[in-house]
Ligand binder design. Structure first.
Ligand code: E4P
Length: 217
């Protein structure tokens, strides 16, 4: 399963790259709006750092606006994937952009029917938001299972990119369900590393070594 960073912070993304586990980045207007400087420069810098798919979202809400903005974003760098919000305009824009060979990530997906429509118009990625579904006391991960099943039934090539991830359990469940990718805030990526027994085990190994062989010889 591919692991993406859900962030628009060049510094946070740069800090994760040496781990060699990051395959791409997703941004959205909320994340990009928090960063200082020109958003297009920030996206170009992220593309250079990651060298893999970087989702950049349109803020236009009509088809023509989405197409114009999407094409401008796609021209920024070969790694840009144009993100469009799900809806009639987003679906139409996805179809047109995909026909031009531009990769599209259909975002704000909350149902299997929405994911089916995104795949039909050639989305490269579909982004179901599991955490925001959980927030409504409904199991967000159930949606991932449904989408994976539907895509497999028809050999759709759209990748399931699990979004709105809140913790390591979402990541593990996504991998168990066969999702193609999971996008995580940096703090969730950090949390994937942690286990208290690893820390205790290492501490004990080093203490034993120092008592026997390492003791100032
Ligand atoms: C990613 O594509 C989404 O924009 C992001 O995961 C949304 O996450 P949130 O629900 O934590 O804002």
């Amino acid at each position: 399963m591919k692991l993406f960073v859900d962030s628009a912070s060049v510094e946070a993304i740069e800090a994760l790259m040496p781990l060699r586990i990051i395959d791409g980045v997703t941004t959205n207007p909320s994340l990009l709006g928090r960063e200082a400087g020109d958003p297009h420069d920030t996206l170009r810098r992220i593309c250079r750092v990651v060298g893999g798919p970087v989702s950049a979202e349109v803020v236009a809400t009509d088809v023509d606006g989405m197409l114009e903005e999407g094409r401008r974003l796609a021209d920024l760098d070969e790694h840009i994937v144009v993100k469009v919000p799900f809806g009639k305009a987003g679906v139409a824009a996805c179809a047109a952009l995909a026909a031009d060979g531009i990769r599209v990530n259909v975002t704000l997906v909350f149902s299997a029917s929405q994911a089916l429509l995104a795949a039909k118009v050639g989305a490269t990625f579909v982004s179901p938001f599991v955490g925001r579904i959980d927030d409504l006391a409904t199991a967000g991960m159930d949606l991932i299972g449904q989408i994976v099943e539907i895509y497999e039934n028809y050999d759709f090539t759209t990748s399931v990119l699990v979004a709105s991830v809140r913790g390591p359990l979402h990541v593990v469940e996504a991998a168990r369900l066969g999702a193609d990718a999971c996008t995580c805030p940096p703090k969730v990526i950090d949390a994937l590393f942690g286990h208290p027994l690893t820390d205790i085990g290492l501490e004990r190994f080093l203490a034993d070594w120092n008592k026997t062989r390492g003791g100032g010889a």
